[in-house]
Design a protein around this ligand. Structure first.
Ligand SMILES: [Zn+2]
Ligand SMILES: [Zn+2]
Length: 136
């Protein structure tokens, strides 16, 4: 297999990582926890096995929050710029990667909208909106 190493980083560049396909999953998550933690309509996440992921810079800057009442749910962020960054699953078997942190094209595309019944009431599919080449 010659899967490419994909690079990602946070907004300030202090934290960086590499990961490689194949992905366990790649989807948009509309759950209420993802809406809170992302501040947006949904998160976009890839899960990879732990042996497909490595920090390349700034692991000491990474903070995590484990939602106490959740079995799995965590969030990770850079303590300098506050950007979402990947977090290791509590069972140590995988890393959940917020896809917006990638600097490279992951080569595949999201497969599904999960927890769609929990979507925000104001959620509007992007294809339903006019598009502008830049800010408007
Ligand atoms: Zn940062
Ligand atoms: Zn979610």
């Amino acid at each position: 297999m010659n899967d490419p190493m994909l690079k990602g980083s946070c907004l300030c560049g202090g934290v960086a990582y590499e990961m490689r396909p194949p992905f366990v999953f790649f989807h948009y998550c509309h759950c209420s926890r993802c809406r809170k933690s992302s501040g947006s309509a949904h998160s976009t996440n890839i899960l990879v096995r732990a042996d497909q992921f490595a920090w390349t810079r700034g692991e000491d800057l990474v903070k995590r929050y484990e939602v106490p009442e959740a079995e799995h749910y965590c969030t990770g962020w850079c303590s300098v710029c506050g950007s979402a960054v990947p977090w290791q699953s509590r069972n140590k078997k995988g890393y959940l990667v917020p896809v917006g942190t990638l600097d490279d094209d992951p080569g595949s595309r999201p497969q599904s909208n999960i927890y769609f019944d929990s979507r925000a009431p104001w959620y509007t599919p992007v294809g339903d909106l006019p598009t502008l080449p830049e800010g408007g």
